[in-house]
Design a protein around this ligand. Structure first.
Ligand code: FES
Length: 111
């Protein structure tokens, strides 16, 4: 893989229905495996900048443990109040047994 992709974990460290907290470029991210698909989001709730890694997965959603908002791992959209802004989602690629993410640009960022 080429920059801006960064290797963040071994693919074998992640199992379906689980997530890993990883670091890239000084920021924290969650990598989740849902079925055969991988998702990356910033480890930051959009409501009060609380780490989503303290929360839990609910299907293809991550639930914030502070006030309970759930976010789609696919789109970053909030599904419950009190959060009303999306979380940042990032591209994920599996290559040569490594999980790579592109931390340089959120896929759901407004241009
Ligand atoms: S800090 Fe996550 S829902 Fe409030």
């Amino acid at each position: 893989m080429q920059p801006p992709y960064v290797a963040v974990a071994n693919a074998e460290d992640l199992e379906p229905g689980r997530f890993l907290k990883v670091e890239a470029e000084g920021r924290a991210f969650l990598i989740a495996m849902i079925g055969d698909d991988f998702y990356a989001v910033e480890d930051l709730c959009s409501h009060e900048d609380y780490p989503l890694s303290y929360g839990c997965l609910d299907g293809d959603r991550i639930k914030c443990s502070l006030h309970g908002s759930r976010f789609s791992l696919k789109t970053g959209e909030p599904l419950d109040e009190p959060a009303d802004q999306p979380i940042a989602t990032f591209a994920v690629v599996i290559d040569e047994g490594q999980i790579w993410i592109d931390p340089s640009r959120a896929m759901n960022a407004a241009d």
